[in-house]
Write a protein that binds this ligand. Structure first.
Ligand SMILES: Nc1ncnc2c1ncn2[C@@H]1O[C@H](COP(=O)(O)OP(=O)(O)OP(=O)(O)O)[C@@H](O)[C@H]1O
Ligand SMILES: [Mg+2]
Length: 267
């Protein structure tokens, strides 16, 4: 059995690592409902963060604000000083069935973000071929989304998010519409992407096992008005595999997250 190496002094991503996105004094209301009031967090570049918290605490709202999909009321979200419109981000939606354009072939879906950035057809082809090689895609992308399995469609939407070489990728419940076999497949691919690229990943998952398994840190959120309760590190090296869930570090990180979560929902 391969030994799992962990640096006992490692308590999470290095403080000296530059930030990819910084949230300062963030406030978000839906009518009279306060979702965030003075929320602060710094996402480090090249770091895998999972977000976990009670139902309806605002996990999707948070990543949607960071991705510039919905507005916020006060505060700042800055990508190394830049507005989100100047940042290079990717977003993987929960429901791949609704996320892919059904009238376009998989290939056209993947190249879409490159097209809107004004890349030529030959540059786009080169980039898509790079992704095909990197992910060892064996299926023919010259087919329509409905012709693929659920896991393949979710993989296509992940490739689309990665096509423009984003500095950060947001994933909102990417496994929720997948069966277990496909979840394992996408889990593995996400690790490959993460290990091969200097990219920050932010994963929202209802499944604590998935959230811990993939992340270097788990951002634990409170009930509304939502604050950071804790940041739990989980620093086993990638790639993680079926033995990871048996490792004492994994069991301890999961236990710690569960304890925080239960304290929060009991409040
Ligand atoms: N467009 C909207 N208009 C009004 N209220 C909204 C809107 N979007 C979200 N909310 C409310 O804001 C709160 C946070 O929603 P959000 O979807 O971000 O939570 P979440 O943590 O992702 O929840 P879940 O665990 O169910 O995915 C919820 O109470 C939700 O009902
Ligand atoms: Mg949500």
């Amino acid at each position: 059995m391969q030994a799992m190496v962990i640096d006992p002094g490692f308590t999470g991503p290095n403080k000296a690592t530059p930030s990819v996105v910084t949230l300062t004094g963030l406030c978000k209301y839906f009518g009279t409902e306060v979702i965030y009031e003075d929320f602060n967090f710094d996402f480090k570049s090249g770091t895998f963060t999972s977000i976990f918290g009670p139902n309806g605490c605002g996990k999707s709202t948070l990543i949607n604000m960071m991705a510039g999909l919905i507005p916020y009321d006060r505060g700042q979200i800055l990508y190394d000083g830049r507005d989100v419109s100047q940042a290079n981000i990717g977003y993987v939606f929960q429901n791949y069935r609704e996320a892919l354009f059904p009238w376009w072939k998989a290939y056209e879906n993947i190249e879409y973000p490159l097209k809107i950035r004004g890349m030529s057809a030959s540059q786009r082809r080169q980039r898509v071929n790079e992704l095909i090689d990197q992910f060892d895609i064996k299926f023919d992308l010259n087919r329509y989304p409905y012709e693929f399995s659920g896991g393949q469609q979710q993989l296509i939407s992940i490739l689309r998010a990665l096509a423009p070489n984003p500095e950060i990728v947001f994933l909102d419940e990417p496994f929720s519409a997948l069966d277990y076999e496909m979840t394992l497949f996408i889990r593995e691919k996400l690790q490959t992407i993460f290990s091969q690229n200097n990219i920050a990943m932010v994963l929202v998952s209802h499944d604590l096992e998935d959230a811990v398994f993939l992340a270097e840190q788990i951002l634990m959120l409170s009930k509304r008005p939502t604050q950071v309760v804790d940041v739990v590190p989980f620093t086993l090296p990638y790639p993680r595999n079926d033995r990871t869930v048996l490792a004492p570090e994994f069991i301890e990180a999961k236990r710690r997250c569960l304890e925080i979560f239960q304290q929060e929902v009991r409040k």
